[in-house]
Design a protein around this ligand. Structure first.
Ligand SMILES: [Zn+2]
Length: 519
């Protein structure tokens, strides 16, 4: 699959303009409209969500009492902090607070009759995390891996030393810290992670701080190093747990990008756990979480200093088409290519292409994914992932204010552009990529993925992820994926309608001009 990333987000792409042929031959398959019925998994989800809300309410009540006691002790700021910990979850975004690296220090026991907000807070948070952990186990048994991992993330947030949660999230204990097995190995080898230069042998750090750089077997000045790496033949190579990022732009910038990709990878594996594991394996994992160092080959990213260099590298293979992209995943060499653009952050493009790369990683080079139908989801999921953000350690995915989702609402509500799902899902790769309204369709695909991920607190999330898994599986087995109608037990017409209501409601809550309707 050529993971061409459609660059023109707001205006029609030249590619679409020159390929006006196509596609109305693809008509919706005849639909046996079945009445919507709630699936077993959906019932389980609704049930678990109700229990989750109830547990959260009791927890919030406990914390409110702690906050009030804080206030009577003149601890106003602490009271506010405690209340923030009890804030309800926003269903339209997946948002996770950072987990501390350090193990929690002991809290000294308060003297008899003394109030210790730390002790109270920790006790309530621990008790709540035990409840969440139980719900997570039930969720995985009910075939709701994405929700289960969401709960596990919440467990770790409230009790960051919860061993099972930490293991499930891919950490192991090293001295007084929680680190990944990869990091533990590095640390044992006397390497340290530096935010500026990545992993370095301990003995090199002082020299780096002094302005020296390692270039091959020699030590050179930072300026000389930059000169030597200006072509792409001798780039900086930044290795993190899952990535090998090569760049001739800047070492520091490359390290920052590789770190963001690493966060993206961790988050993606959790939220899309159902893509990578079948339900049996997930249950086993939940029963016996073990983190073992896996010697995986890293994903390769080539990040050029300029657009010109990027085009020069890829023009021969991809022709003019390359000039309308700002990144791509090459399914022959399995590399993600992108470049520094002073006008735009690089991360959304890298997340987009890294999603194509990650989802196809287990396949042999070059199978065509979604050749005959369902191609919208291949691009939709990658566009959805562009909304991934890391800020001060907090990660979030699906913020409805992100550009892609705003565009989707605009197209639907203002332009009135919408292809019904029966027609939209019927498009295979060619049809999708040559469609005269390709830009509109990218927007719609982004909006639809947001809908399937977040509608009614994630009612269809695991169905969508299962659908995605089956689409990629098809490239290996040839087995046709189950339609979303079947997986969600809602027919396309109903899903179309729910989508329309969903974007309108979101748009109104965001107070977007184009959603204000005449009464
Ligand atoms: Zn793409």
């Amino acid at each position: 699959m050529l993971g061409l990333h459609n660059k023109s987000r707001r205006h029609a792409s030249p590619l679409a303009a020159c390929l006006m042929l196509v596609l109305f031959a693809v008509m919706p398959q005849s639909l046996t409209a079945q009445p919507s019925k709630v699936t077993k998994a959906e019932r389980a989800l609704a049930n678990l969500q109700a229990q989750h809300r109830e547990a959260h309410k009791l927890f919030a009540d406990d914390l409110e009492r702690v906050a009030q006691t804080c206030e009577t002790h003149e601890l106003k700021e602490i009271a506010a902090r405690v209340r923030r910990l009890a804030a309800p979850v926003d269903p339209d975004v997946l948002r996770f607070e950072p987990l501390p690296r350090q193990m929690q220090p002991q809290i000294p026991a308060p003297a008899a009759g003394e109030f210790s907000w730390q002790v109270e807070l920790r006790t309530f948070r621990k008790a709540y995390s035990i409840e969440l952990d139980k719900l997570a186990s039930q969720a995985v048994k009910a075939g709701l891996p994405s929700y289960a991992f969401q709960l596990i993330r919440e467990v770790a947030f409230h009790d960051s030393d919860h061993v099972r949660a930490r293991r499930l999230l891919g950490y192991e204990r090293y001295k007084d810290e929680w680190v990944s097995p990869f990091e533990a190995k590095k640390l044992r080898n006397k390497e340290v992670w530096t935010a500026q230069w990545g992993w370095l042998p301990e003995s090199h750090v002082a020299r780096y701080e002094n302005g020296e750089r390692r270039n091959g077997v020699r030590w050179v000045t930072a300026e000389r190093d930059t000169q030597l790496r200006s072509g792409f033949s001798n780039p900086w190579e930044i290795r993190t747990e899952h990535y090998l990022l090569k760049t001739n732009f800047s070492l520091e910038h490359g390290v920052a990008l590789a770190s963001s990709l690493e966060e993206f990878h961790r988050f993606f594996e959790q939220i899309f756990a159902g893509f990578f594991n079948d339900s049996k394996r997930l249950q086993l994992l939940f029963e016996k979480p073990a983190t073992a160092a896996r010697d995986l080959k890293p994903f390769h990213i080539h990040f050029f200093r300029s657009r010109d260099e990027y085009i020069a590298k890829l023009h021969k293979k991809y022709g003019q088409q390359i000039t309308i992209t700002n990144g791509l995943y090459d399914t022959d060499d399995l590399v993600v290519y992108s470049f520094h653009n002073p006008m735009e952050p690089a991360e959304p493009t890298l997340y987009h292409e890294a999603t194509h790369q990650l989802l196809a990683a287990h396949l042999k080079p070059s199978p065509v994914i979604a050749r005959d139908e369902n191609f919208w989801l291949i691009e939709g999921i990658a566009c959805y992932i562009e909304s991934f953000r890391v800020a001060d350690g907090e990660v979030s995915l699906g913020d409805p204010r992100s550009l892609r989702f705003e565009a989707a609402r605009f197209r639907k509500l203002k332009d009135g552009y919408y292809l019904p799902l029966a027609e939209f899902t019927a498009m295979g790769k060619e049809a999708f990529q040559r469609h005269p309204q390709i830009t509109n369709n990218y927007s719609q695909a982004s909006g639809l993925v947001h809908f399937f991920m977040h509608y009614e607190g994630g009612r269809y999330r695991d169905d969508l992820i299962e659908h995605l898994r089956q689409i990629y599986k098809q490239a290996e087995t040839g087995k046709r994926p189950m339609a979303l109608e079947v997986l969600t037990s809602s027919n396309f017409a109903e899903l179309d309608q729910q989508y329309g209501e969903y974007v309108l409601k979101l748009s109104q809550s965001l107070k977007e001009e184009f959603s204000i309707q005449d009464e």
